[in-house]
Design a protein around this ligand. Structure first.
Ligand SMILES: O=P(O)(O)OC[C@H]1O[C@](O)(CO)[C@@H](O)[C@@H]1O
Length: 623
């Protein structure tokens, strides 16, 4: 296990030495013919599908889709091995220092398509540059978008922000050092040091830490991590039960940018109850990561929790892995967080290139646009061939879908944009759904994530002559890529040497920038999530209705004799006859949890139901 002083207190320069981009000469002239069918179709789309900023967005989506459907039927993809090899070499992107490759040769764009897209990319590069300089890149919420500053504080738009970033990083490192060394310890654990982390948070306040823990935590980390990322009581009970007596040596990190997300609040209340029942003082083991002065921040301050770390207004949840949100849990697990930052910073440098073919994030955005017709017509299947990268697809799912899945573009046109992301890992998924990918509905493109090193040096062995276990994994990836392409299924391959803090940091930064560039290509705000509010509001309304149902049932249950009510009676007395279905669902849920009793009938036949409460609550009745 690496000591944290080696991980955190060293301060390697965050500035990459050079971006190490390979110099490849474009030479697709002869090949462009082979792709001309699709290219011509796409040029129509580029002409009519005017979503780039400054061009009026007259999105006749259905027409575009049907044009493109025609274009994608039939075997237009290049199949000649020699031409394909030339295309592979011509378009291969390599970041030498990071040891990262990007192969876009199995996406069927042509030179013509690239030229047609070039002006839009220049607009995208400009808007990314402005974003990095501190422009209000999230106009709806009037916020700057600064996750790129987190890995190179010098880029921050003012000295106050720069200092905030540096101080937070130092505070994270020092706190992690002190916890691991036992300087900060739990008050009543026989172990005299923290052994476990219980992270409470959801969405962007969970997915990054989960992905990084799975990818990078050593086999025996200084602190093991568990997550509560839902308001499922059974799931919460399970996590707490698994901790058992180690609850006394558990550091509870509550993460919420807003500090008011209900699921996270519920997780906190449940954990605090478990602490009370175990006779433990929660405040002595609680840490908050949240915006200054949020509800969570104020609670933690008033109750005197062990520590509080800031989440900045200008960092969105889904891009917060390199803030205290991701860095604190990672450092506590002994992961070299400065190396993660170096990897991200090097990738940021590379993805600032305004030369499309030298910019891996732009190449990804180009492929996404090409593969999905710029309207999300195909899904992105993410397949890392490495167990430790299992959660990358889940992490990307939020990053891509919450960023790109938008109803309106920046000019207020209804566009219903997005790209669906799913996937687990190879070769496991080969035995689950690759059958459909190869032969079934053609509604996706694949991103393979290849890790070149199979095992740490010195551990490999041949399980049959000349062949290792890792060779099988390699063969499965290559075989699937070829078999899919042979059936006109396109793919991208991202290759890294190893899964290290540096390569993971680089992967995160690569996709963050690709999302930013793609959002600019389709002229949407990638940094807000207005759609999530509708579900949250509706959930609030359900809970408000439940309170009315309870009051009505309580009144009837306090009568002597008790008056069991039909659904219609409950709905009438709630003055909500139009909500009868929801009232039925509320009663069904309460009955399943012994909070309402069924006097007659059953939930299977709603009209027969008569319900009452087991106990009459007089206080509530006269409240
Ligand atoms: O960090 P918070 O404020 O608790 O929010 C958690 C998640 O909820 C969302 O706001 C919406 O679901 C996500 O964008 C965010 O990552």
């Amino acid at each position: 296990m690496a000591s944290l002083s080696g991980l955190c207190s060293s301060s390697p320069s965050l500035k990459p030495k050079h971006n190490g981009i390979s110099k490849l000469t474009p030479s697709l002239r002869e090949d462009s013919l082979a792709f001309s069918t699709r290219s011509n179709s796409n040029s129509k789309v580029v002409a009519t599908h005017s979503v780039a900023r400054g061009i009026s967005a007259d999105l006749s989506k259905t027409n575009n889709v049907s044009v493109l459907k025609k274009a994608s039927q039939g075997g237009e993809l290049e199949k000649d091995p020699k031409t394909l090899w030339r295309r592979y070499v011509d378009w291969l992107y390599q970041h030498k220092e990071l040891g990262l490759y990007l192969d876009v040769s199995r996406i069927g764009f042509s030179d013509q398509f690239v030229s047609e897209m070039e002006p839009r990319f220049q607009v995208a590069f400009k808007s990314m540059e402005e974003l990095e300089k501190g422009a209000i890149a999230n106009p709806d919420e009037g916020r700057m978008v600064g996750h790129y500053w987190l890995r190179n504080a010098k880029l921050g738009p003012n000295s106050f922000l720069r200092l905030q970033i540096e101080n937070t990083l130092d505070a994270v490192c020092k706190f992690a050092d002190d916890v691991i060394s036992g300087k900060i310890k739990p008050p009543s654990s026989p172990e005299r040091r923290f052994t476990q982390i219980l992270s409470v948070g959801i969405g962007g306040s969970a997915l990054g830490p989960q992905f990084v823990a799975e990818a990078l935590a050593p086999d025996n980390p200084p602190l093991k991590i568990r997550f509560i990322d839902n308001t499922d009581p059974a799931g919460i009970d399970h996590q707490i039960a698994q901790l058992g007596s180690e609850l006394a040596s558990t550091l509870v990190i509550v993460i919420s940018k807003s500090g008011g997300t209900p699921e996270t609040r519920n997780g906190l209340l449940e954990v605090q109850k478990a602490f009370r029942e175990a006779g433990l003082d929660f405040a002595k083991q609680g840490v908050a990561i949240t915006q200054e002065n949020s509800l969570l921040d104020n609670t933690a301050r008033i109750e005197g929790w062990v520590a509080r770390f800031p989440m900045f207004d200008w960092v969105g949840g889904r891009t917060s892995e390199m803030s205290a949100v991701g860095l604190l849990p990672a450092a506590l697990q002994g992961i070299d967080i400065r190396e993660m930052l170096v990897g991200a910073s090097m990738m940021d440098e590379a993805t600032r290139s305004t030369v499309l073919r030298n910019n891996p994030a732009a190449l990804l955005a180009l492929c996404w646009y090409r593969a999905t017709d710029g309207i999300g017509s195909k899904d992105m299947v993410v397949l890392p061939y490495k167990d430790s990268l299992l959660l990358f697809s889940r992490y990307l799912q939020q990053l891509v879908m919450e960023s790109l899945g938008k109803e309106f573009d920046l000019d207020g046109n209804r566009v219903n944009q997005g790209i669906t992301v799913y996937g687990n890992k190879g070769s496991t998924d080969q035995h689950a759904y690759i059958q459909q990918l190869r032969e079934g509905v053609h509604n996706f493109f694949v991103t393979f994530i290849e890790v070149l090193r199979d095992r740490p040096p010195g551990h490999d062995w041949e399980l049959e002559p000349g062949v290792t276990c890792g060779d099988y994994l390699f063969g499965m990836l290559q075989g699937t890529r070829s078999a899919l392409y042979a059936n006109d299924r396109e793919s991208i391959t991202v290759s890294v040497q190893e899964v290290t803090p540096r390569s993971v940091g680089a992967l995160i930064a690569l996709y963050e920038r690709a999302v930013g560039i793609y959002a600019s290509l389709i002229n949407i705000n990638a940094y807000h999530q207005p759609g999530v509010e509708a579900g949250k509001k509706a959930a609030g309304e359900v809970l408000a209705l439940q309170k009315r149902v309870l009051a009505v049932l309580n009144e009837a249950s306090c009568k002597d004799p008790v008056e069991p009510l039909t659904l219609e009676q409950v709905a009438d007395r709630c003055h909500a006859p139009e909500d009868i279905e929801m009232i039925y669902k509320i009663i069904e849920h309460m009955a399943a949890n012994d909070r309402a009793l069924i006097a007659e009938g059953s939930c299977g036949s709603p009209h027969s139901l008569k319900v009452f409460l087991g106990e009459c609550n007089l206080d509530e009745l006269y409240a």
